[in-house]
Design a protein around this ligand. Structure first.
Ligand SMILES: Cc1cc2nc3c(=O)[nH]c(=O)nc-3n(C[C@H](O)[C@H](O)[C@H](O)COP(=O)(O)OP(=O)(O)OC[C@H]3O[C@@H](n4cnc5c(N)ncnc54)[C@H](O)[C@@H]3O)c2cc1C
Length: 473
């Protein structure tokens, strides 16, 4: 079987690798080509080393509670290379009134689960706390595809949304919570309401069950966030090494896909065309839309309708002694209502081991996102200046950094707006009429690395099963 994969981010690489694995297991012939438009693999995974610091310009970790990335690392023999977070400092700060406040212990993204730390927190007023407690008695909602913002406002009130849910969710989705579909992004909260009515009670029950469950699944060995000793690109390199020699074609931007009899024709920007029995498109949905716009216009229209946000990171290195703040946490998030130019900051050298040399500190600021995209119109120097001014004010660091590294990710974060799941159902409906074609990646049913691995692998499994039944594989 001749298989083409378009896109060499984690999704495309996981898809290509899974296809190779299955072909080997079955002793089937596989001719694989991976087309990547850029001059490097990894997409939004981008690790660099500089002066003894390890910089993650893009994604810096993956979740252990979603098992697919961890399982892939195990199959690649990388288990010993996985590093966990330093959970002595597993605390997040929230900027409120221009100061850092610790998120009360037990606060789970949208709602509190522990009474005392919540009651003692200076992050909420008494009126705000009482409004959150109303969740205990409020009835269930009726809307099956409510926005995350509307859901939190309805159950827990405005302060819970503005001071915690919005900034924490922005750190993951860089999104406006009033557009974000709760069912598509965090269905567990919707299910919790359906099952237990009160979100606080549901989360408390789940937290009581959790220790036993986590021992039974991922085990106490892993923290919630995991990364690789040499940075996330270590995973990219390991995947690349498992692909057949010559399979990866860099700087090959795919411009069009068309069915040609029972096969697919792949056109690239340099005017070349290739043929394949099957294609996995693991590029962003807006890119997939461009490839299919003339040949499958209704599918392309659905894909084009998935909005994307742009973001940037600025990573700074200082001497640890130059930062007055104790850095006793993983970082801070910034609510939109604070009207500051940054979304969040990770204390990278505190959260992960091996990110800075002895006596050094590495801090990464996150900017842009759906609610503040215009800031990215500034050049790198402007972004670095803005980010530095924020750290000066919030952490008191005034020294000149050793360096500031800006990473830009234009239209890289898919936004799951209300209606997203219905759109993805419709996309999958179109694909059923297009044998030999699969779409994979963060645009559809989960945005993080673990979900991307699952999506890429599922695409490969689906296509190879299809080929086996049609006699091609
Ligand atoms: C700043 C930032 C931080 C993040 N942090 C985390 C994190 O800590 N944990 C986490 O789980 N997730 C994180 N994410 C999300 C995560 O990085 C992505 O979900 C994941 O890496 C997406 O992988 P992908 O392969 O689907 O897409 P991408 O990484 O976007 O890769 C798509 C690839 O397709 C290529 N391509 C596009 N069009 C074409 C074409 N026409 N022809 C050929 N090639 C093409 C692109 O060049 C690119 O290499 C973060 C994202 C960003 C932007």
């Amino acid at each position: 079987m001749r298989l083409a994969v378009v896109g060499g981010g984690i999704t495309g690489l996981a898809a290509a690798h899974r296809a190779v694995e299955i072909a080997r297991e079955r002793g089937a012939r596989l001719e694989l080509t991976l087309f990547e438009g850029a001059d490097r693999l990894g997409g939004t995974i981008q690790t660099e080393r500089r002066d003894g610091y390890l910089i993650e310009c893009g994604a810096d970790s993956f979740l252990s509670e979603k098992p697919w990335a961890l399982a892939l690392c195990r199959r690649l023999g990388l288990e010993e290379r996985i590093v966990r977070t330093d959970d002595r400092f597993r605390r997040t700060y929230v900027v409120f009134g221009g100061r850092l406040h610790p998120l009360p212990e037990g606060f789970q993204l949208l709602a509190p689960t522990r009474l005392l730390p919540f009651a003692a927190s200076g992050l909420f007023s008494w009126a705000g706390k009482l409004r959150m407690a109303l969740d205990l008695v409020l009835p269930r909602g009726l809307d099956p595809d409510e926005s995350l913002g509307a859901f939190v406002r309805r159950r827990l009130g405005r302060q819970a949304l503005e001071r915690v849910a919005q900034p924490l969710v922005a750190g993951i989705y860089t999104a406006d919570p009033d557009s974000l579909s709760l069912a598509a992004t965090m269905p567990r909260f919707l299910e919790a309401e359906r099952r237990d009515r009160s979100l606080i009670l549901a989360l408390r029950r789940a937290a009581r069950r959790a220790p036993a469950e986590s021992r039974a699944t991922s085990g106490a060995r892993w923290s919630l966030f995991l990364t690789m000793a040499d940075g996330m690109e270590e995973l990219v390199r390991a995947l690349q090494a498992r692909l057949p020699a010559g399979a990866v074609r860099l700087k090959e931007h795919v411009t069009g896909l068309a069915r040609d009899g029972g096969r697919w024709r792949i056109a690239t920007a340099d005017g070349q065309a290739a043929e394949a029995d099957a294609v996995i498109v693991a590029a962003e949905a807006h890119q997939a839309a461009r490839m299919l716009r003339y040949t499958e216009p209704s599918l392309a229209l659905l894909l084009e309708g998935i909005p994307y946000a742009s973001s940037a990171t600025v990573t700074f290195a200082w001497r640890r002694a130059e930062i007055p703040h104790p850095l006793d946490g993983f970082g801070f998030v910034v609510p939109q209502v604070e009207r500051r130019p940054v979304i969040a900051c990770t204390f990278s050298s505190v959260k992960y081991p091996g990110r800075a040399p002895e006596g050094g500190a590495l801090l990464r600021v996150f900017l842009g996102g759906a609610m503040n995209e215009r800031i990215l119109e500034g050049d790198d120097e402007t972004l670095a200046r803005l980010a530095r001014a924020e750290l000066a004010e919030l952490l008191g660091v005034r020294a000149e950094p050793f360096f500031a590294r800006v990473g830009r990710y234009p239209r890289a974060m898919p936004q799951y707006h209300v209606g997203h799941l219905a759109r993805v159902d419709a996309i999958e409906g179109c694909l059923r009429a297009l044998p030999g074609l699969r779409l994979a990646g963060g645009a559809y049913r989960g945005v993080g690395i673990a979900d991307c691995v699952r999506s890429g692998e599922a695409a490969a499994e689906g296509l190879l099963a299809e080929a086996a039944t049609s006699g091609r594989g």
